[in-house]
Design a protein around this ligand. Sequence first.
Ligand SMILES: [Zn+2]
Length: 527
Amino acid sequence: MSETKKAVTIYDTTLRDGTQGEGFSLSGLDKLRLARVFDEFGVDYIEGGWPGSNPKDIEFFEKAKTLDLKHAKVAAFGSTRRADMKVEEDPQIRLLLEAETPVVTIFGKSWDLHVTEVLKTTLDENREMVRDSVRYLKAAGREVVYDAEHFFDGYKANPEYALSTLEAAADGGADILVLCETNGGCLPSEITAICEVVRARIPGTPFGIHTHDDCDLGVANAVAAVEAGAVQVQGTINGYGERTGNCNLTSVIPILELKMGKPVVPDLSRLRELSYFVDDISNNPHFARAPFVGRTAFAHKGGMHVNAVEKVAHSYEHIEPELVGNRQNILVSELSGQSNILIKAEQLGVGLEKGSAEAKAVLAKVKELEKEGYSYEAAGGSLELLIRRETREYRKPWALSEYHCSFRQYRDGHPPVCEATVKLQIDGHKEYTAAEGHGVVNALDKALRKAVRPYFPAIDDVKLVDYKVRIIEGEVATAAKTRVLIGHSDGEHIWGTVGVSDSIIEASWIALTDGMDLFLQRQRGWH
Ligand SMILES: [Zn+2]
């Protein structure tokens, strides 16, 4: 797909507008991992945050410089200059430039009421603020996205004024004017009509759309804008965002591709995986009824003869589920299930033959574990290990006899202590080690390293960088289970592993040891 032929670009604001949502918060590391995954998926712009609003975002932009993204451009977000201040003296504008991103997105006021009542300035001064700020950032060599906040409500209140703020941004040299449906209250027909006016009035500058989901119309409104000529869609993965959320890119992207014939990403079949990845990293449950990517999006209740269901089901589906990486949920197709595993194995350089006993064993294992509550979207390390374990090249690094850990709370002010012991065999030698830590996982990690270090000194290159716990409802078991996701890093790569158990300690142990085992398998030189 040629870049220049792309009819619509995707502007992801999960890391900025998405984090305005309740229950959706990301650490600095989470943001970097997500940025990398968004880039691999093929979004065109990644809005990283607002450098003027918090130091965490400044740190993100600092680290984002080392990400070496293949396709996406990183955007810093901020506002126009303040009223009655020179643009070059505005500290917030300075921070935007210091973020050193190729793209800067600034929002400005389009609604006269907001100008006079919120900004407490004049309508003329607001227009100058827009023009000045855009022009200044353009002169600094940035691609400038102008977000016209409250554009549709502003247009309804005072169309001439709202349009004149867009003209000011276009006059300042904005690369694109993004019409924001900030309050989420407009209907698609209104979006269409207003977009058509903008297009006719300012033909020289392209426009994009930013919508919110307050009327459950975030996606519909974005689609209406594209039909009326918008060339950029802003939104978030899974629709995360404040109140009821932003326009859901996980729905808009397949609609653009499959319903409107507008190619936007190189491989749409990775959509479901991306959706789960964002849920897992933000520690949110997956929404089963999500269009396209949800667990039940292509589920059909049985009752019919199996063969009939297989034949008929397709006539009850609006697209082939595989196009978005999903699958029909009555009969998990043996073949498509297998081909996913084969692709993963091929990426790993592990030869798994289609239909072979090894491939079947891996698939059976994955299905069994998924029923127990495992999911591999953010735990590629565990999936890789599972595949490796079924191959002849796999060598078990140790044989565990037992482990134990305890937590001791004092009442005299002494900080609590966790103690762990590990008994295992390596190369025919028995190892029995103990360690103290400031938490259960930390103590187990230390005791395990103590036992393993003499045989594999490289183990000290691996650090735990992330630890997430979630209670899940197992499909088979009626009782809730604990799922632990651990992120490991050797300084160069990050890989995730997963453990599921009734016990948080056992779930942690599984994820912890998977991470180390995989590292040793990748080392290759150890035996
Ligand atoms: Zn927004």
